[in-house]
Design a protein around this ligand. Structure first.
Ligand SMILES: [Fe+2]
Ligand SMILES: [Fe+2]
Length: 239
């Protein structure tokens, strides 16, 4: 096994092209962990979304630097939930319309939170990925009801990774779904909730995604709360 810290080391020969620095990545992970810590049932969710989005982006043939930004956006996609009261976030029962409206604000709140960082670095795709990660391919999502390719590709990828991670996690009202059921549900929602092209690439890397979930499950069983040091090591991040 490779050194757990490898993913944080300057990537040999890639400095010129890589636009994401190690500090931004570490802050993104920290903020993602902070949001996940609000809910014991989602304690690796931001990590999952970062890793899975990166995997799908690579399979789609996106440039490595673009996949790195996608990874960062995955860590930060739900940062806006910091503005949602715990009583709503952790509610077991059905949300009222008012409560759902509060939840629906989190993409805009998140985009506002990270905008100073992206202004600094010029990587606005991170802001746009956070803002649009709950849009649906059929235009029935939020906050803007964008449809099809009007939704930034990164946000369409995060939407699939987000649902994957949610279905693979235990919730107060249900157990994690078997992986075959998760694959079936993602494919059932292809063309409505999800971009069929993204779903197609996910299908091509199913076994790798299943392996990732096995890896995180093993880490949790040995009491490693945040598995980023193991599962994030392949992300190329440079100073
Ligand atoms: Fe979200
Ligand atoms: Fe990471």
């Amino acid at each position: 096994m490779k050194n757990n810290n490898e993913y944080c080391s300057p990537a040999t020969g890639s400095h010129r092209a890589c636009r994401v620095n190690m500090t931004v990545h570490q802050f993104a992970e920290s903020l993602g962990n902070a949001i996940d810590a609000k809910d014991p049932y989602t304690c690796s969710h931001s990590e999952d979304v970062a890793v899975l989005s990166h995997k799908i982006g690579m399979q789609m043939g996106l440039e490595a630097d673009r996949c790195d930004l996608l990874h960062i956006a995955g860590h930060l996609h739900d940062i806006g939930k910091i503005g949602v009261p715990d009583a709503i976030l952790q509610k077991d029962g059905r949300l009222t319309d008012e409560e759902f409206k509060v939840i629906q604000r989190h993409p805009q709140v998140g985009a506002d939170i990270v905008s100073p960082v992206t202004s600094l670095t010029g990587i606005n795709i991170i802001t746009r990925s956070i803002l649009h990660h709950h849009e649906r391919f059929d235009g029935k999502g939020y906050p803007y009801g964008l449809a099809g390719e009007d939704i930034p590709l990164e946000a369409r990828i995060i939407a699939v990774a987000d649902t994957l991670s949610a279905m693979a996690s235990n919730r107060p009202y249900r157990k994690a779904l078997p992986f075959t059921d998760i694959v079936a549900e993602i494919n059932r929602c292809s063309g409505t909730q999800f971009d069929p092209r993204v779903v197609g690439c996910f299908n091509e890397i199913c076994s790798s995604v299943a392996g990732y979930f096995r890896c995180t499950a093993e880490n949790f069983s040995t009491s490693l709360r945040f598995p980023s040091a193991v599962c994030c090591r392949n992300v190329r991040v440079a100073v």
